[in-house]
Ligand binder design. Sequence first.
Ligand SMILES: [Zn+2]
Length: 268
Amino acid sequence: MNGQLAQLVRALRSHRRGHWFEPSIAHHKKMTAIISEQIKILAELQKIDSEIYALRQEIEAYPEIQKKADQEFDNKKLNLKSAEDEHRALQAKQKGMEIELGSKEDKIAKLQSQLFSLKSNKEYQAMDFEIKALKADKSLLEEEILIFFDSIETAKAKVTKEKELLSVEEKKHKEELSVTQKRIAEIQADIQVHEEKRKAFTPSIDPKILPQYEKLLKNREGLAIAPIRNNSCGGCNIGLPPQIVNEARMLEKFITCESCARMLYWAP
Ligand SMILES: [Zn+2]
């Protein structure tokens, strides 16, 4: 049995008897150095991953922003549509009035042609009275049509104005869309750069720790490792027991937050 093995067996026996295996000072120092180094790398990686997370959040927010902008633009189209509807309705009404005017004119002409073929003076007077009444109606209608013509002109001008406004809005909307698309492309390129950067860090991380880190990153809003601040978890802000804080300072093992499971490190 060589020296090292003998030491291990003694240590295990001692452990079984209820005594803790006392690591050598050199071993302790080495472990502390490893953990300290790992935490440093993880914290650096977290910085990159936090940026990636923020960039992804920005991209994810865009469809909603775009939807809102599209809705606002659609609402602006409604103004033009209602102006056009109003114009069309007035035109239809005018058409009806013109038809009515035409029929009155026809009737007047018909009665006037019959006027001289009438036998009695009484009949003549009655028809003449009817013609005068029709002419009065006709002139009222003509006045109405004239006034109505102004309303149509106003409605038509409103359509033109709404069309102009909409074309300005459409231009603005398209510009916004192109700015958004440009920004999304920028973010995607930025994410690529950060993804490349993180590749420089991951090989240095303990392969037992890395999957845990990645899982936390995915499930904890892009924050896997957090500093301890004011004796609280820098991830969920829950106060930490003094023992946890001490253990984090000792750097003897990896410490996690009991409430959010994020990895913790002491950051003076
Ligand atoms: Zn926490």
